[in-house]
Design a protein around this ligand. Structure first.
Ligand SMILES: NC(=O)c1ccc[n+]([C@@H]2O[C@H](COP(=O)([O-])OP(=O)(O)OC[C@H]3O[C@@H](n4cnc5c(N)ncnc54)[C@H](OP(=O)(O)O)[C@@H]3O)[C@@H](O)[C@H]2O)c1
Length: 357
């Protein structure tokens, strides 16, 4: 059986858990990082992207490509990486995932760059959460879906030739695409009949409703067309389904493996759009429901990404990750292969381009 395809879950782990910092994981797999070219989206100075980059820097990658929508913030991240390891080359890439034009421009830059012959690991980390008002992207797509899924779908597919180029000389499964998802997959499925949140839930099939428990947790009692948490949940479910599709379409042909990661509750800027009082009450609820729950710092918040990205033992069976190990609690709709294919088709339609492998 080809490496990367066994059915037994036998990841390395080493007893890692929610408290493990990213650097500990990198120290376990130095050869997966040394001289590799790694691209991270959403590499802002205060978030999981920064800690992912600085942890990776300790093991001397050849090039870290830091992608984001703000030049000054990317420069600050690059500076912090250099402080950890001055020998690591950093390249900044302007990428606004909410704009398909920006995704196409950034992908073109990557494809034309002679200093990026291939990409060993792509970490689709950028994201926005719970935008309070329904907002549309330049292409008229609900903003959380546009940024968190559609932008990553388009960018990843456009640069895929450089990811496949890395896989040509690597062991099957060593070349990876990691999609950051969230526990928010439980907030709701992809609303195929209304991905843009224009209808009330009562007009949708029941299978596309937000769960009642999550409604109660967030105090959502009205049947409004736009529910910020449901839109975030849709986008984070899409992140997992994207990994499912990628594995089906490209793993056997190219050896590229894709996994989805819930990083845990992490203190970052992600909650910037939320009312602090509501956030506080949700966190209190989480602590009651899960006695071991705590907010991770960014070092702890990046370790699951790194365990998924680096452990040579990971396989296509290990689709959903939490606290440095494979988790199985995610809802069936988030890994359903039929829904994954339906999402792929919808995404192609929304970007106006087909991607077949
Ligand atoms: N923190 C948590 O508790 C938690 C829990 C579950 C899942 N996650 C996931 O973890 C990932 C990282 O989030 P984080 O917690 O580190 O949050 P964060 O500090 O807000 O970082 C998110 C990053 O995404 C970037 N971004 C947002 N919109 C973008 C766009 N249109 N184009 C390009 N980049 C964009 C942000 O850039 P700017 O700096 O320009 O805004 C920032 O760099 C996200 O996918 C999130 O859904 C986080």
């Amino acid at each position: 059986m080809a490496e990367g395809k066994s059915t037994a879950a036998a990841n390395t782990n080493n007893g890692w858990d929610a408290h493990t910092p990213g650097q500990t994981v990198v120290e376990a797999f130095p050869e997966q990082v040394k001289d590799k070219i790694i691209l991270i989206t959403g590499a802002n100075p205060g978030g999981i992207g920064l800690a992912t980059a600085t942890s990776l820097a300790t093991a001397s990658p050849k090039l870290l490509i830091l992608a984001g929508r703000g030049q000054a913030r990317l420069a600050e991240t690059a500076e912090k990486v250099k402080k950890v390891n001055p020998n690591v080359a950093c390249k900044q890439l302007m990428l606004d995932l909410s704009s398909q034009e920006s995704c196409r421009n950034a992908a073109r830059e990557v494809m034309e760059a002679s200093d990026i012959p291939h990409i060993d690991i792509l970490i689709n980390n950028a994201g926005v959460m719970n935008l309070p008002e329904r907002t549309l992207s330049p292409e008229g797509i609900e903003m959380q879906f546009a940024t968190n899924h559609i932008g990553h779908f388009l960018f990843t597919n456009l640069i895929f030739p450089k990811i496949a180029a890395a896989a040509k000389t690597a062991k099957p499964g060593a070349t990876r695409i990691i999609n950051l998802t969230s526990r928010a997959v439980v907030y709701g499925p992809v609303r195929f009949s209304d991905y843009n949140f224009t209808k009330q839930e009562k007009d949708l099939p029941e299978s596309e409703h937000m769960s009642k428990g999550v409604r109660a947790m967030w105090n959502v009692h009205e049947d409004l067309p736009y529910i910020p948490q449901a839109a975030y949940g849709q986008s984070k479910t899409a992140n997992v389904l994207f990994s499912v599709s990628l594995n089906k379409k490209v793993f056997d042909k190219t050896g590229v493996l894709s996994l989805a990661v819930h990083p845990g509750g992490v203190t970052t800027e992600l909650a910037r759009h939320m009312d602090p009082k509501i956030l506080e009450s949700v966190l209190e609820g989480a602590k009651k429901a899960m006695p071991n729950f705590f907010m991770k710092d960014i070092e702890q918040g990046c370790s699951t990404t790194l365990a998924a990205a680096l452990d040579p033992k990971n396989t296509t069976e290990d689709i959903f990750w939490e606290d440095c190990h494979v988790a199985k609690w995610n809802p069936a709709y988030s890994t359903d292969p039929e829904k994954a294919e339906q999402l792929w088709k919808l995404s192609e339609q929304l970007v106006g381009q087909e991607f077949s492998y």
